[in-house]
Design a protein around this ligand. Structure first.
Ligand SMILES: [Mg+2]
Length: 439
């Protein structure tokens, strides 16, 4: 298949959305984000296209686009057959260029660039197959699926053979789970109610709005001021009641001991988890926090800024997280994220993906659907994050019904942005940004 199809061009755009004007997306660490992305468009000699992105917060997106351009030579001119038949090898080629690897390796801006390119390649592959990415993943035989993963650095926790066996063990019931998922979807929780820059009244009215929409799990931002956090948690708990789920997210602002003490002070509000309590690189710190907070029935969650599969491996090995929050636009795209899912399944840690931003809900749902159908076989105690922003810019936006993600049926990774949005939001010369500069 695709014998004569090759990649002829890679284009990258710096797209930014002025979300800071309304404090949408604000948290204790990122007080004024402008949700943005480095957006990749792959073109082929048969007019097929692939779209992908990595998420950013405004300034610095130009650095990511520059990095993607620097990787152009590794992609343009390649036959797609050579990429998709040996995707694991190609992934290593992309992450192991002998000169560019120095500016990572497998972390930071260059790995964000890798994620955007890899996401675009999966979108292209799924379009060529005429399937949504989740279905492409579900239909790949275990050996083929596992072949896309680079197992270097993780074989002490999981081997290729074990991964194949885990998938084979779960083959029974796949068709039923797929059918069930298409009917009922996958549970979502909302982060829409509690950005840190929102007023008390706004938080209150949003809680009511999302309760009415059927949501049972709500996440709010904490970490700037303990007294304010206590007031806010009490208020949200009162709004959502005792039986619904509350999660809190500190976005990395605390030291380890500070995180423990702060969370002891919020324990009475019964949060399910504390997300990103400290530096995303501090594996042993997370383990200490997790151990201390276990006594208070508070789990530790992190992953949205975890830089690669090696860090995830250690977080899982150290029992530092109860909830593993993979992100669709970080680490090295789907190939590497699949490795994290497999390690989490083996070490019995729940994956509850990070989403929101630009296109993160659109993309990550595919991965969690695959996990349910093909790997973990369970939705028990798991959710996909949901933020109700920027979906209108996507041709295949997420569909949420009764607080559940409903699987898309359109081919691809649901990440194609309307041309009109690209024109208006391109930084710095798109209409939106010109108007902001002159107003
Ligand atoms: Mg978070």
């Amino acid at each position: 298949m695709y014998e004569d199809i090759s990649i002829t061009q890679i284009t990258v755009k710096d797209l930014r959305f002025p979300t800071s004007l309304q404090h949408d997306g604000s948290d204790a660490m990122h007080t004024n984000p402008d949700y943005s992305c480095a957006y990749v468009l792959l073109e082929t000699n048969n007019n097929q296209k692939g779209y992908g992105l990595t998420f950013t917060l405004g300034k610095g997106t130009e650095v990511v686009t520059c990095c993607i351009k620097a990787m152009e030579g590794l992609i343009v001119g390649r036959k797609v057959k050579d990429i998709f038949e040996h995707f694991g090898n190609f992934w290593r080629t992309l992450t192991s260029d002998s000169q560019m690897r120095w500016i990572g390796p497998e972390k930071g801006v260059i790995h964000l660039a890798t994620a955007a390119i890899i996401n675009a390649l999966w979108d292209l592959w799924a379009r060529l197959e005429g399937k949504p990415v989740w279905k492409l993943l579900v239909d790949l035989p275990p050996e083929k699926l596992v072949s896309v993963i680079d197992f270097r650095y993780i074989t002490d926790v999981i081997t290729r053979e074990e991964a194949i066996q885990m998938l084979k063990n779960r083959e029974e019931g796949k068709a039923n789970r797929e059918k069930e998922l298409l009917e009922n979807g996958y549970p979502a929780y909302t982060t829409q109610v509690g950005w840190i820059g929102y007023s008390t009244d706004k938080v209150k009215s949003l809680c009511k709005e999302y309760l009415n929409k059927g949501f049972t799990a709500f996440k709010i931002k904490v970490g700037q001021n303990l007294e304010e956090d206590r007031k806010r948690c009490a208020m949200v708990r009162e709004c959502i009641g005792d039986t619904n789920v509350l999660m809190v997210d500190a976005n990395q602002v605390w030291d380890v001991n500070e995180a423990i003490e702060w969370m002891k002070n919020l324990a009475e509000f019964k949060p399910l988890w504390i997300e990103e309590p400290t530096s995303p690189d501090d594996i042993l710190g997370h383990a200490t926090i997790a151990k201390e907070l276990k006594n208070y029935n508070i789990g530790v969650a992190t992953g949205e800024m975890c830089c690669n599969r090696v860090m995830f491996k250690q977080l899982l090995q150290a029992k530092a997280i109860e909830y593993c929050q993979i992100d669709s636009a970080r680490i090295g795209g789907i190939n590497e994220i699949l490795a994290v899912y497999l390690m989490a399944e083996k070490l019995k840690v729940k994956v509850c993906p990070h989403a929101g931003g630009i296109g993160l809900c659109e993309m990550v749902q595919h991965l969690q659907f695959w996990d349910f159908i093909s790997l973990s076989g369970s939705k028990e105690g798991k959710y996909i994050e949901y933020v109700d922003q920027q979906h209108e810019h996507f041709k295949v936006p997420v569909v949420i019904q009764s607080a559940a993600y409903i699987p898309p049926l359109e081919p691809g990774y649901s990440v194609e942005i309307f041309p009109d949005t690209m024109r208006k939001h391109e930084f710095p010369n798109g209409e939106i940004w010109k108007n902001i500069r002159t107003s």
